[in-house]
Design a protein around this ligand. Structure first.
Ligand SMILES: Nc1nc2c(ncn2[C@@H]2O[C@H](COP(=O)(O)OP(=O)(O)O[C@H]3O[C@H](CO)[C@@H](O)[C@H](O)[C@@H]3O)[C@@H](O)[C@H]2O)c(=O)[nH]1
Length: 350
């Protein structure tokens, strides 16, 4: 008599405590994966939240700033797939802390690739098979920056406009380089903005949905924003993590743009979010030039044709559904009797 030993794919996710990490962990668990998260720090407050919401995730300690810790983590977990979502991801902070952004968001990618290379025993160039571990890098549409063409696709040149964008561009090219140098299955998803009720409160979509909820519930009257004319391609994070897995399941390692193909201004987002709650934004929104950026990305719009044609990936949630989902979620959250007192609320309370 024989029986089949179940083959479980093992994934290691950096940035597991962030918005995308949480959705990706849930998605991979649903697909039958064994999911490990890399967590840093001695008393990381995000870990208990992660444990509470996604109990089945296993944790391993490590830090994108510490090469040895990444080698140890990869050695311990022996993953089939590594998803590098860890980064300093808030663009304005990258001007205040340009060097640490370069270290975490840029050099962190190199350190993880090196950890995979060393643990896989890849020493020379073009090792046959390039090892078994497949690597996903979270590249960003911020790399397009001052865009050369619209919509942006996989062949559009990069012109990053922030230290964050520059660091992501390094991460993108070092991933490509390890693929070309060592034959590793290393790919980048160039993801346009993707949001959800779990988005951090510092990003504009969540800042607006929380602001609308507070105003609707009489907790405040005004919401202060920066540049209302910037345009973004906003999709739903839960849709975008599906694309990450599909990229690693593909027959060949390639980079893909993930976006919706639509673009809206911050002003249009504001108008819709306030209207969703029955409010007129013009009575509540004020702008402050202190919130504008030293160099802005004026327009982003992704062309996801390659992902659609080759991966069968499609966004499921429209911009209008996304905005409604976020405003309704924050209205429900702030209406709760056990609402935490320490506002501003963020992803901590999903
Ligand atoms: N955060 C914020 N942005 C504002 C505000 N007012 C206007 N904006 C404008 O809203 C736009 C979006 O800002 P964010 O939501 O902070 O996102 P981002 O800078 O586009 O970056 C996000 O998307 C990238 C992918 O394109 C990600 O790579 C990055 O990590 C982040 O998630 C920017 O043009 C920004 O100037 C405000 O009060 N706060």
């Amino acid at each position: 008599m024989s029986w089949e030993v179940p083959l479980t794919t093992r994934a290691l996710i950096t940035g597991i405590t962030g918005q995308d990490g949480s959705y990706l962990a849930e998605h991979l668990l649903e697909q039958g994966y064994e999911v490990w998260g890399l967590v840093r720090g001695q008393a990381n407050p995000h870990v208990s939240r992660l444990r509470k919401h996604i109990g089945d995730v296993r944790l391993v300690h490590g830090d994108l700033l510490d090469q040895g810790s990444l080698i140890s983590a990869v050695e311990k977990v022996r993953p089939d797939e590594v998803y590098n979502l860890g980064a300093i991801s808030f663009v304005p902070m990258s001007w205040q802390q340009a060097e640490i952004t370069a270290e975490v968001t840029g050099m962190g990618v190199l350190r993880m690739l090196e950890a995979i290379r060393v643990v896989s025993g890849i020493s020379g160039s073009r090792t046959p098979g390039g090892g078994q571990i497949r690597f996903y890098q979270a590249s960003s549409s911020e790399m397009f920056g001052q865009v050369r063409e619209t919509p942006q696709n996989e062949r559009t040149p990069f012109h990053p406009r922030s230290p964050y964008g520059v660091a992501k561009t390094y991460g993108h090219f070092i991933t490509q380089n390890y693929r070309e140098s060592y034959g590793m299955f290393a790919v980048s998803g160039i993801l346009f903005n993707h949001e959800s009720p779990r988005r951090g409160a510092e990003f504009v979509t969540r800042k607006i949905s929380l602001g609308v909820a507070r105003i609707k519930l009489g907790l405040t009257e005004k919401l202060t924003l920066g540049n209302l004319e910037a345009r973004r391609d906003w999709g739903y994070a839960g849709d975008y993590v599906r694309a990450m897995r599909l990229m690693l399941a593909a027959a060949t390692p390639e980079d893909y743009v993930i976006g919706t193909g639509r673009t809206q201004s911050v002003r249009e987002l504001v108008e819709l979010a306030f209207a969703t709650a029955g409010l007129d934004w013009r009575h509540h929104v004020i702008t402050d030039s202190a919130l504008t950026r030293p160099a802005e990305v004026d327009l982003l719009c992704g062309d996801p044709k390659k992902a659609r044609d080759q991966l069968g990936w499609e966004p499921g949630v429209t911009f209008e559904e996304l905005v409604t989902m976020m405003v309704e979620s924050d209205l429900a959250l702030l209406s709760r009797s056990d609402r935490p007192a320490d506002e501003p609320l963020s992803f901590d309370h999903w």
